[in-house]
Design a binder for this molecule. Structure first.
Ligand code: NAD
Length: 256
């Protein structure tokens, strides 16, 4: 389905790389104006330069965990005329055994992955309210299931799913708020140049998914566009799992 976001404006946090960059690209191709709120200058400039031929895109250096930076983002967007969509996509992950995870590391993951969406939503909600806009939060299937040594990330993403329905109740009916929980999405090709590595997916990686393949960035970007469109006008407060069916798969080891 093609969506038309002509004359719409969107903020994509973490838009310098990976899924955020793919979401920004899909929005630009649909006619939107996009701000990339990104803390990594190399990634932000690279992404902005690559996407500029597609439409109006701007890199706004932003640490989403910093209230002052989020206020500055709000001021810039407000001065430009308004906002229709906020995609809370920026996140970090720490994998560390529980006993070694410091309070500072735990706190930084919570600050970026959960407080960041809170700060951006709180700051930009009045602009979204004016234009009956949308918030789409990017959580993770790790909000629902875990590997060892991922406590801070899982807890933050679980919080983000809950924040989604809380915001939907507080900001509706003018602003709809939904969440996408991606599974394994191969974003290697969308990393900044200095971090970019060739994708090394095996046949087994693909085959273990009920859908027969690992996810692509456009699988998530397409869902963002749908949720932000009028076609999703009766959907709010929900979490959509985009994982090729992995969270529906029984994984007990069968000895026979
Ligand atoms: N790729 C996957 O398989 C996958 C799976 C589930 C969920 N997700 C979620 O999707 C989103 C994007 O993930 P990705 O794989 O593209 O990651 P990524 O690391 O490739 O990109 C994340 C971007 O966010 C930016 N960022 C980090 N901290 C920030 C901050 N404080 N302020 C502003 N920007 C910041 C980074 O610089 C980076 O450009 C994240 O929320 C992640 O948790 C990804």
């Amino acid at each position: 389905m093609m969506f038309n976001f002509t004359a719409k404006a969107a903020v994509v946090t973490g838009g310098g790389q990976g899924l955020g960059r793919a979401i920004a690209e899909a929005l630009l191709r649909s006619g939107a104006r996009v701000w990339l709120a990104e803390c990594d200058a190399e990634a932000g400039v690279e992404s902005c330069t690559a996407l500029a031929p597609l439409g109006p895109v701007e890199f706004v250096p932003t640490d989403v965990a910093d209230p002052a930076a989020v206020e500055a983002l709000h001021a810039q967007v407000a001065a430009a005329g308004g906002l229709d969509l906020l995609v809370n996509n920026a996140a970090v992950m720490v994998r560390k055994p529980l006993a070694e995870l410091s309070v500072a590391e735990w706190q930084r993951v919570l600050d970026v992955n959960l407080t960041g969406p809170f700060l951006c939503s709180r700051a930009l909600a009045p602009l979204l309210h004016e234009r009956r806009g949308n918030i789409v939060n990017i959580a993770s299937t790790r909000a629902l299931m875990s590997e060892p040594h991922t406590e801070s990330y899982a807890a933050a993403k679980g919080g983000l799913v809950a924040l989604t329905h809380a915001l939907a109740l507080s900001l509706g009916p003018e602003v709809r708020v939904n969440c996408i929980s991606p599974g394994w999405i191969d974003v290697t090709a969308l990393s900044k140049h200095s971090r970019c590595q060739p994708s090394q997916l095996s046949a087994r990686d693909h085959a273990q998914h009920p859908a027969g393949r690992v996810g692509r960035p456009e699988d998530v970007a397409g869902m963002v566009l749908y949720l932000a469109s009028d076609a999703a006008g009766f959907i709010t407060g929900q979490n959509f799992v985009v994982d090729g069916g992995m969270t529906r798969k029984m994984i007990y080891v069968d000895d026979q």
